[in-house]
Ligand binder design. Structure first.
Ligand SMILES: Nc1ncnc2c1ncn2[C@@H]1O[C@H](COP(=O)(O)OP(=O)(O)OP(=O)(O)O)[C@@H](O)[C@H]1O
Ligand SMILES: [Mg+2]
Length: 236
């Protein structure tokens, strides 16, 4: 049976798309068929009458998936707010069963499907239904992407414990340098503290990649071989 992982984050902008893309590339390069999904994308720019879901496009490029953008990204909105708010403002009903169906279609076609959330796990997808509800309904484990530096113990533990309380398995967490900062001194101690307090391992520390822009090929400059040890058991 093919499997999936959900990439969540401690916040918006922490690097979920970048990490999901890097994992997709690494798995693809090892011969896996990789499906990707961004169930709902908000803040999409307009090109003529069409909305451009840039995360979904980045993930499609990274995974070299031939799946249609509508399967990868069933819902997209112009308003740069949480999906539940953007959809309400734009008068669109998000049908969760459509998202689950799209996931299961991708799941049948690929060895693994990498799903990216929006913001963090308690962000509402539609009305009172949160991303954590979606993860539970997809029955897949999560990877938590977090910032390095001060504050990350709290944010990462909040995310991990919340997932664990919902009965969602947490594969591990990744500290990602989304900005060109000097290595943070907390890098050496935070992973151990988080691991001790949550029993969840550090998958790895992902560096800042220069000139990344919208080109996932640039992610290949960093070898994620070590990251895959934790992820591979979840691939068929
Ligand atoms: N390791 C990295 N190296 C270089 N740039 C990065 C890195 N990680 C993230 N970025 C940049 O930081 C910004 C935010 O990253 P990203 O879009 O992956 O965050 P996100 O968590 O997916 O955000 P959202 O909640 O909007 O989906 C992007 O411009 C991205 O290119
Ligand atoms: Mg993203």
């Amino acid at each position: 049976m093919s499997k999936g992982i959900f990439i969540t984050g401690t916040d918006t902008g922490v690097g979920k798309t970048v990490i999901a893309g890097a994992l997709a590339i690494a798995l693809k390069d090892r011969g896996y068929s990789v499906g990707v999904m961004k169930p709902v994308e908000t803040g999409c720019k307009k090109s003529g009458k069409r909305l451009i879901p840039s995360d979904a496009i980045f993930l499609k490029k990274a995974s070299r998936s031939r799946d249609s953008l509508d399967l990868i990204n069933p819902y997209r909105f112009k308003t740069p707010l949480a999906p539940a708010v953007a959809s309400e403002l734009e008068g669109v009903r998000i049908d969760i069963s459509r998202i689950l169906k799209a996931y299961h279609t991708l799941n049948k076609k690929h060895d693994i499907v990498i799903v990216e959330g929006a913001g963090g796990i308690l962000v509402p997808v539609y009305k009172d239904y949160l991303f954590i509800d979606l993860i539970r309904d997809l029955t897949i484990p999560v990877v938590v992407v977090a910032r390095p530096g001060l504050g990350t113990i709290n944010h990462t533990l909040l995310t991990i414990r919340c997932a664990q309380e919902y009965g969602i398995p947490v594969i591990g967490f990744i500290l990602n340098y989304s900005k060109d900062l000097k290595p943070d001194p907390s890098e050496n101690t935070n992973p151990l503290v988080i691991k001790r307090l949550s029993n969840v391992p550090l998958i790895g520390i992902f560096p800042f990649i220069r000139n990344l822009k919208n080109n996932p090929e640039r992610l290949k400059v960093f070898d994620t071989k070590n990251f895959l040890n934790g992820i591979l058991p979840f691939c068929s």
